[in-house]
Each structure stands twice: as structure tokens, then as C-alpha cells.
Design a protein around this ligand. Structure first.
Ligand SMILES: [Zn+2]
Length: 107
């Protein structure tokens, strides 16, 4: 018995089971080529989601940095706090997306 990824939802399942316990889709009646295609589509979709997170984080970071640079909010105001929080969130999101991409490619 081997552990394989469900071609529909990506959860780990037994190769001997006829359907996925997680999403309920039947695995036994689709041919191996279709299974490979579904698995490839799922990987591509996950990869694009991680890339979208990275892009959104870059936009958030650069947007808040540019607003901070050009508007120069006074120190101690809520505007400054929001700018710092947005920059931090953008930076963290970008690093998280990169870590997720490295982890994803190892699978
Ligand atoms: Zn499934």
C-alpha cells in the first residue's frame, strides 16, 4: 500500500482506496493519464496561489512604502502605525510565500 495524492483535492490517501475520504471523489474509475493530468492541474493551481500571495505582498509592501515615503506621516500617529503594519505584513507575506514555494517544490 502506498500513499498517493488525491488528484482532485491533493490530500494524502491510500493507493488501494477507491475513493477519497476527504473530498469523496471516486478515484478507481478515472484512468491513470487523467489522474496525472488532474494532479498536474492541482499542482499548477497551488503554485499560482503561492505566486499570487507573493505578488500581493510585494504590492502591499511597495504601496505602503511609497505612501510612507511621499506622505511622510508624523511619528506617533495612527497613519504611521498603519504604514508600518502594512509594510510588515507585506514583508512577512513575501517571505512566507517564498518559504511555501520552497516547501511546495520539495513535494
Ligand atoms: Zn480528494
Amino acid at each position: 500500500m502506498a500513499i498517493v495524492s488525491c488528484p482532485f483535492c491533493g490530500k494524502k490517501i491510500s493507493s488501494k482506496s477507491s475513493s477519497c475520504q476527504s473530498c469523496g471523489n471516486s478515484i478507481s474509475d478515472i484512468d491513470p493519464i487523467a489522474q496525472q493530468r488532474l494532479a498536474r492541474d492541482l499542482r499548477l493551481k497551488k503554485s499560482m496561489q503561492i505566486n499570487n500571495l507573493a505578488m500581493a505582498s510585494i504590492v502591499l509592501f511597495l504601496g505602503s512604502f511609497l505612501v510612507f515615503y511621499f506622505r511622510h506621516p508624523d511619528s506617533g500617529t495612527w497613519q504611521q502605525t498603519v504604514m508600518y503594519a502594512a509594510m510588515g505584513l507585506g514583508g512577512f507575506g513575501y517571505v512566507a510565500a517564498k518559504v511555501m514555494m520552497v516547501w511546495f517544490k520539495r513535494q
